[in-house]
Design a binder for this molecule. Sequence first.
Ligand code: GDP
Length: 201
Amino acid sequence: MSKFTSLSQQASFFVSVTDWRDLPPEDGAEIAFAGRSNVGKSSAINALTRRRSLAYVAKTPGRTRQINFFRLDDNGYLVDLPGYGYAKVPEAISRRWELLLSKYLQTRISLIGLVLVLDARHPLTPLDQQMLDWFAPTGKPVLILLSKADKLTRQQANRTLRKVNDLLAQFYPCSTAQLFSSATHTGLVKAEEVLAQWLKR
Ligand code: GDP
């Protein structure tokens, strides 16, 4: 099975950075996680690494936002990007983070793929599409997790998935979406398999 299914011992906090100059050397494949604040990104990282609090430990609401690197076995990293769309962030800080995020997504060579976590109830907001617009020109793959899928009926969830996948096929052909829930583990194994495939390349 994929190495992602037994990641619990292998994912550990590596470093937090707030500035481009402090990014670690590009010495391993990086998979970045992005998403609006509160969408379930930390929960998704914890579920995928089978660690109950890995991504929460590094989370500092109201304090300086950071890019958190979690080291995997085999020189890989999961990179937790700061949640966006939090209304209370002052314009100047929000602008600074936008620049850092866009630069990271557009130019980081060791970045091999992006996991974009969306709320299945409000998928593809303009800010989510902004992320895709920055990253899509790299031609690298994007996995969209339609998170909190447990809050929808099966019918609603499947309808949302179809809609999102139709849109992706049209505008972002390197992206695929799947349903996901950290609460019920819907889609967990499927997501692990995709990430393991990326790391194997
Ligand atoms: P982040 O800000 O994107 O990192 O979001 P968190 O992972 O901290 O989650 C925000 C809130 O949503 C928390 O109260 C979580 O318990 C809840 N949450 C996260 N994932 C799920 C999920 O799959 N289902 C449900 N029902 N709640 C979730």
